[in-house]
Design a protein around this ligand. Structure first.
Ligand code: HEM
Length: 131
């Protein structure tokens, strides 16, 4: 590995905004269709009251920002947007399973996957009620 690769941000290693938006597109479609998550009526209702494109936009901003890209996340905080949904540990695990399936589909390498999972895990206590 040369120095340029070693020093590249996660954002750069993932391929920047176009690659990240493509991965988020697949992931949000997967999450929104996941019966394990829609079994929670609050999640089902909140997921389907606004168009998926808006979620994709906000989550793309957020992943770009969290991985070191130039974007700024403009949505609500993870606590404010999830506290009322009563998301359980089981639902959280289903969400992670969807995430893994998307990352595997796009053949995101193990190192980048583990950095992305660490970012996701860092938000867990704001999202899961019984975690
Ligand atoms: C790291 C994990 C997660 C991230 C990064 C994330 C990201 C987001 C973002 C950016 C929003 C929009 C905030 C806004 O409206 O400004 C949102 C809302 C929402 N998320 Fe998540 N989310 C995560 C986990 C989950 C999980 C595990 C579920 C369901 C099991 C979920 C279900 C929802 C729903 C239903 C909304 C809509 C809330 C509403 O508009 O009332 N999210 N999430």
């Amino acid at each position: 590995m040369n120095n340029e690769t070693a020093n590249a941000s996660l954002y750069e290693r993932l391929g920047g905004v176009f690659a990240i938006a493509t991965v988020v597109d697949d992931f949000i479609d997967r999450v929104m269709a996941d019966q394990r998550l829609n079994a929670n009526p609050k999640v089902d209702e909140a997921h389907h009251k606004v168009p998926p494109a808006g979620f994709k936009y906000l989550v793309t901003e957020q992943v770009c920002w969290a991985s070191g890209g130039p974007q700024t996340y403009t949505g609500r905080s993870m606590h404010d947007s999830h506290a009322e949904l009563e998301i359980t540990e089981e639902e959280w695990q289903a969400f992670l399973d969807d995430f893994r399936q998307t990352l595997d589909k796009f053949e995101v390498p193990a190192q980048e996957q583990s950095e992305l999972f660490a970012i996701v895990e860092s938000t867990k206590e704001d999202i899961v009620v019984d975690g």
